[in-house]
Design a protein around this ligand. Structure first.
Ligand code: ADP
Length: 392
């Protein structure tokens, strides 16, 4: 696996019962997965020679993040190394511009969007959206007055390199729109969707084309970072849930995805869903599956990458809630464990071994049960306590 973060750590963990030999390319020996994997190569995934040397002797390569340059992945494939997901699929999770163009082409509903060239163009886009134009780039020009004044706020995103809300700006004026262009990468403008909530439809697909769909979940973000995931999404119309699962399966098939695919969705107040973005790796919205599903996303990702039959994705409990533990400044993890474990013997704690930095995801907890309010309270309490924001 390329990338030494917590996703690699938990994927490695899922491979242990199967006796999978797991080799890791990690930025540093201290990375979350590098602390627990026995065969670690420390090196830069942006360097093709490093990747090639790492890939030698691997039966298959998969990823903890989306940042390996597409051209390098093509080079590895040309060397005869199976890369899963392959570059032709993965590029849609790497480049939001490519992703939007493809989803348009296959008729998947998305927020209105186009690539914008500078802050004035972003203002024009804002005016176009306010003018009610509904055509996508490539199908014709946007209507609108283009006077650069009305229509804000809009969302601007660098097409590559963003994560956890970094690389995403909600801008209210062309002045504010200057910032995203400083990175020197193309900028995608999107209408700011007035969504009722965020959902995720997670599927896993094997090279054979076998696929499984997990229940659609609700994902609650705080300051652009995932805070809580509820499985299944409470009160979701079963028809819409089925539609979201079918949409994710179709995207997986059309894009040739192998492994775990997270389709992040917006649910609008009038009961529509729009695709926000795609991730082709285990995903935060699937962490609940470790303790709440018959087969976890990590176990199914391993199976898919190795072209093994996939495991049952169905939930084990009526409700499972995942809450992220964000790094605060917690002095004594041992006493936090004493408190949390004594208070809730059913609690599942997953810590990543990361240095605690404010706002950084350092772990998560899973709770499950029949009463959603109670299950949520237990998850929120444990996550808050482990973070140090709740002290009793
Ligand atoms: P990242 O690469 O950080 O995951 P996302 O595209 O998922 O970036 O955006 C991060 C968050 O910003 C989303 O979870 C959502 O809350 C908000 N967001 C993104 N795009 C839009 C949009 N078009 N309209 C409204 N909110 C958005």
């Amino acid at each position: 696996m390329v990338g030494g973060g917590q996703l690699a750590r938990m994927t490695h963990e899922a491979g242990i019962p199967l006796g999978i030999k797991f080799k890791l390319l990690s930025d540093t020996p201290q990375d979350s997965a590098a602390q627990v994997v026995s065969e670690v190569v420390v090196g830069d995934y942006r360097d093709l020679d490093t990747l090639r040397a790492f890939a030698r002797g691997c039966d298959v390569i998969t990823f903890d993040h989306e940042h390996v340059p597409t051209a390098h992945l093509r080079a590895l494939e040309a060397d005869g190394v199976p890369v899963r997901p392959g570059p032709d699929a993965l590029v849609h999770a790497q480049d939001k511009g490519v992703m939007r163009a493809k989803l348009d082409a296959i008729g998947v509903p998305c927020p209105r969007h186009r690539i914008v060239s500078d802050p004035e163009d972003a203002a024009r886009f804002a005016a176009e959206v306010a003018g009610g134009g509904a055509q996508h780039l490539g199908e014709g020009r946007w209507p609108g007055d283009g006077d650069g004044s009305g229509g804000f706020p809009v969302v601007l995103k660098t097409v590559r390199g963003g994560y956890d809300g970094k690389g995403v700006w909600v801008v209210r004026s062309s002045k504010e729109a200057e910032e995203p262009f400083r990175a020197g990468v193309p900028v995608l403008a999107e209408e700011k969707v007035d969504f009722a909530r965020e959902l995720a439809a997670n599927i896993v697909r094997s090279p054979h084309g076998q696929a499984v769909a997990y229940p659609v979940v609700e994902s609650i973000q705080v300051d652009g970072v995932c805070d809580t995931v509820i499985a299944p999404a409470p009160g979701l119309d079963p028809e819409l849930a089925g539609h979201a699962q079918e949409l994710a399966l179709r995207i997986g098939q059309e894009l040739g995805v192998v492994g775990h695919l997270a389709v992040e969705l917006f649910e609008t107040a009038d009961g529509r869903i729009l695709v926000n973005e795609l991730a082709m790796r285990p995903h935060n919205s699937g962490h609940w599956t470790q303790d709440g599903a018959i087969t976890s996303q990590f176990a199914n990702h391993v199976r898919a990458v190795l072209d093994l039959p996939l495991g049952d994705p169905r939930p084990r409990a009526r409700w499972t809630v995942m809450a992220n533990v964000l790094g605060g400044d917690y002095p004594d993890m041992y006493s936090a464990y004493l408190h949390c474990m004594a208070r809730d013997p059913q609690l599942k704690i997953h810590m990543y071994g990361k240095d605690v930095k404010p706002g950084r995801k350092v772990g998560h907890v899973n709770t499950y049960g029949d009463d959603l309010a109670e299950v949520r309270e237990r998850a929120a309490h444990a996550a808050g306590y482990l973070r140090g924001t709740i002290t009793e």
